[in-house]
Write a protein that binds this ligand. Structure first.
Ligand SMILES: Nc1ncnc2c1ncn2[C@@H]1O[C@H](COP(=O)(O)OP(=O)(O)OP(=O)(O)O)[C@@H](O)[C@H]1O
Length: 262
């Protein structure tokens, strides 16, 4: 039984903006899937139909045999912007992941059950931040904040973890660190994960499987070996040779790192 199944999903915004067009795929439990595609391809819309924030115009999304949008919040989310409460500790921020299942009145009074506190500490340990549990989120680096965001999603104990460009705002080293922790967390918990990424090299390093979307259509579904440079070009440029050439020229004329450091 797949953990996630999209069945002929189409999403049309307004009258005629087709953001997703007749998309079907299944994801087995525990698979780490990376979503690739140029700006406007439909990646965010795909993540939004997976977490139930957007209703498909047609088709169905099933997560662990239940249609999305049921009572339990079965989907954890990691965002490009971490949305942490900067004045609170990493521990308190991770704990807010339990809000959806704890009694709201108790949570408002910050009386979380011990099991939630334990879950928050375990999640911080998973992302390598147990020693920083008491540190104020506002004083952490961008990569650490993103790891707290992952811990918060883990505390939700979700059936599915979604990440919308989780490392776009980080430098390459911090980006890899965050991806490594996310991948480890998913593996440790056999947690099915879908992450949209813009950095193809990072995607290649961490993804088990790759979905390529372009103009709302799923144009690629394969593993690392199948994800050749030609496939990547097709996902990002389609048949637009001029755009591909412009991007290649930009890459070859970009200054080397440090060249313009003064
Ligand atoms: N709320 C909305 N109302 C109307 N159109 C929308 C809405 N959200 C997205 N769109 C349109 O749907 C298409 C897909 O957008 P989407 O944000 O899903 O793409 P994306 O691949 O995530 O892009 P990016 O990488 O820039 O975030 C685009 O044409 C976009 O303009």
């Amino acid at each position: 039984m797949p953990a996630v199944s999209l069945d002929n999903v189409t999403k049309i915004y307004g009258r005629d903006t087709v953001a997703l067009e007749d998309i079907s795929f299944e994801i087995p439990e525990g698979e780490f899937v990376v979503l690739l595609g140029p700006s406007g391809a439909g990646k965010s819309t795909m993540l939004r139909v997976l977490n139930g924030l957007t209703q498909p115009t047609e088709g169905e999304v099933i997560i662990n045999e239940k249609p999305v949008g049921g009572e339990r919040s079965e989907v954890g989310m990691v965002f490009q912007m971490h949305y942490l409460i900067e004045s609170m500790s990493a521990f308190r921020n991770a704990l807010t992941g339990a809000l959806s299942r704890s009694n709201f009145a108790q949570s408002a009074l910050t009386m979380y059950p011990d099991e939630d506190k334990r879950a928050a500490l375990e999640a911080l340990e998973t992302v390598g931040l147990l020693d920083e549990a008491g540190q104020r989120a506002g004083s952490m680096s961008g990569g650490q904040k993103q790891r707290v965001g992952i811990a918060r999603a883990l505390v939700q104990d979700p059936d599915l973890l979604l990440a919308d460009e989780p490392v776009s705002s980080l430098d390459p080293k911090a980006a890899k660190d965050v991806m490594r922790y996310m991948k480890e967390a998913a593996k440790e918990r056999n947690l099915t994960t879908v992450a949209s990424l813009h950095q193809v090299n990072i995607a290649r390093e961490f993804g088990d499987r790759f979905l390529g979307v372009r103009d709302g259509e799923l144009i690629f579904d394969g593993d690392r070996e199948d994800l050749t440079m030609d496939v990547v070009d097709q996902i990002y440029y389609g048949d637009d040779e001029a755009a591909k050439e412009r991007a290649e020229n930009l890459a070859t004329t970009a200054p080397e790192r440090g060249e313009d450091d003064e």
